[in-house]
Each structure stands twice: as C-alpha cells, then as structure tokens.
Ligand binder design. Structure first.
Ligand code: ZN
Length: 150
C-alpha cells in the first residue's frame, strides 16, 4: 500500500489540463492502486490523478458501495440539476454549494482497457463531475455559489 501526499491549492499541477492515458501499462496500474489507497486513507469519495501530482486522465471514486476506476473518463450526457454541498481534499477546510447535473452518462476505460459506460445520479453523478473537472484544472471553488470555512 502506498499513500501519496494530496496536493493542495495553490499547487499549479491542480490547474493544468491532464493528458490522456495512451497505454494502460504497469505504471498506470500502480497509479490506480496508489490513488485508491490514498483516497481511502484520506476518507475521500473520489480522487483525480492531478491531486497526487500526476497530470493524467485517471480518476477513482467510491461513494461507499464500490470502487470505480476510470481512465480517460468523458461525460457524454448530463441532465437536470442538483445543488449540493462539496469539499475537496485539495482545498482543505472549505465547503461550498455547487450546482451540478443530477444525472450523467460517463464513459471511460477500466484497468483492463475495457470500455465502461455508466449512468449515475445524485451523489455519484456529483462526484464524477467533480473528479472529471480536476482533469481540466477546474476546482469546485470555481463553481461554488457560496463557500465557507469549516
Ligand atoms: Zn476535488
């Protein structure tokens, strides 16, 4: 098990656009494993590779039911809206209210290179949007209608 240090603002890696993964090799699998360990160690529900200093399009998500690993994730469709509270391991001590799509359809590759296509609603939809934003260098504080320290 390997736990990375999670980068926090204003680290500039968090503001870069992450590059697509071209080949799922041993290095990518190791990154996935370590991202999972880091997310669980930090009690997070999601983590994007730039948050551990790796500017690649990889996210892991677990809202409490199962681990989802996505390489090169893309949002294909979004529908309706939800306004909810968000925080981020990279923006410690701040929470904000963010308007997100209530339902999304996302595709990406799993660790075996198989294409995944999933529909998510509510919390899972929110977390997926939050993590995919990280790959564009976007943080929830950019979108929050109000933020406060916690
Ligand atoms: Zn985040």
């Amino acid at each position: 098990m390997s736990v990375y240090q999670v980068l926090t603002v204003p680290n500039e890696i968090l503001r870069g656009k992450a590059l697509p993964v071209k080949e799922i090799n041993a290095g990518v699998l190791r990154v996935l494993d370590n991202m999972r360990d880091t997310m669980y160690a930090a009690d997070g529900v999601g983590l994007a590779a730039p948050q551990i200093g790796i500017s690649k399009r990889i996210i892991v998500v677990d809202i409490g039911d199962n681990l989802l690993e996505l390489i090169n994730p893309e949002i294909l469709m979004q529908e309706d809206s939800q306004l909810g509270s968000e925080g981020c391991l990279s923006v410690p001590g701040i929470v904000g209210r963010v308007n997100r799509a209530k339902k999304v359809q996302v595709k990406g590759l799993d660790r075996n290179g198989q294409e995944l296509n999933l529909e998510a609603v509510d919390l899972l939809a929110k977390v997926l949007q939050h993590e995919i934003d990280h790959l564009e260098g976007v943080l929830f504080i950019d979108k929050a209608t109000e933020t406060r320290t916690e």
